[in-house]
Design a protein around this ligand. Sequence first.
Ligand SMILES: [Zn+2]
Length: 201
Amino acid sequence: MPFKKSKSKEGIEHQFWYYPEHPERLEPTSRYSEEILDFLAEEIGIPYPWGTYSQVMVQDFLYGAMENTSATVFGDFFWIDDRAYLLNRNYVSVNAHEATHQWFGDLITGRKDNEQWLQESFATFYPGLVEGKLFSEDHMAWYFRNNMNGAIAAGRENSLPVRHSQSGSSRHYPKGASVLYMLQHQVGRENFRRAITALFQ
Ligand SMILES: [Zn+2]
C-alpha cells in the first residue's frame, strides 16, 4: 500500500496510506489533513503530542473511523473523487473528529463509561471550528445547528445528562458539542481557548 508523506506547518510528519488504484482520489480524500492538525494545535494551544500522524483506510470498517494514538483507521467509503467531494461525501469532518482525539482521548482520557463525553463531545465540537476556519462562519453555524437539533431530538426520549454512562451517543457527541459551543459563546472564544489550554497543564 503506498502512502503520501507530508509535513504539517508545525513540522509533524504525516502519512496518508491509500489504495494504488485511482490515485486521483488521494488529493480529494486527504484534503486539508495537514491544515486540520495545525489548526487544532493552535486552537487547543498544545502542540500535536506525538511524533508522527498516520491515516490508513480499510475495507468494511464497522464505524466511520477510529483513532489510535498517532494513527487513525477509516472506512474506504471515504476514498472519493473530486465530484463526490463536492457532493459533501468527503472525509473532512470525520478527519477533524479523529484528529481531535489525539488530544481528547489519547493525550487525556476518561477513566469510566460516564466520562465518554470527554472524548466524544470535544471531538464533535472541534470539527465545527475546523469547518468555520476552512469554509465559512455560515458553514460552522449550520454544523452546530445540526448538532443542536440532534441533541433536542434525543431529549424527547429521556433526560439523562451528558455525563451518564447510559445517555447514549446523541448525548456524548452532539449534545456535548452543543454545550461546549454554548460555553464558548458565553465566555468568549479567547477565554474559552485559554481554559482549554489550561486543562492540559
Ligand atoms: Zn470519536
